[in-house]
Write a protein of this length. Structure first.
Length: 66
C-alpha cells in the first residue's frame, strides 16, 4: 500500500513509515538565503520519491518562524 506523508510533520510521518515497514532516507532542503527565519526543530515533509532500490527518499523543510 502506498503511503502519502507529504505535508505532515516529520515526527508523525516517520512513525507512519516505521509502522508500515517502509525503508526510507531523508534529506533536508534549505534556502540559500536566510531572509526568512526557520525553526529547524519543526520539520515537515514536502516531497517523497521512490528510488531505484525501493527506498523512499523523503525531503524535509523547517517551518518558518512567526
Amino acid at each position: 500500500m502506498a503511503l502519502d506523508v507529504i505535508g505532515r510533520p516529520w515526527t508523525e510521518a516517520e512513525q507512519m513509515l516505521r509502522d508500515q515497514g517502509t525503508l526510507f532516507q531523508t534529506e533536508i532542503s534549505r534556502s540559500t538565503r536566510d531572509f526568512f527565519k526557520t525553526d529547524s526543530s519543526c520539520l515537515y515533509v514536502v516531497r517523497e520519491r521512490n528510488l531505484a532500490d525501493g527506498t523512499l527518499l523523503v525531503t524535509l523543510v523547517a517551518k518558518q518562524k512567526k
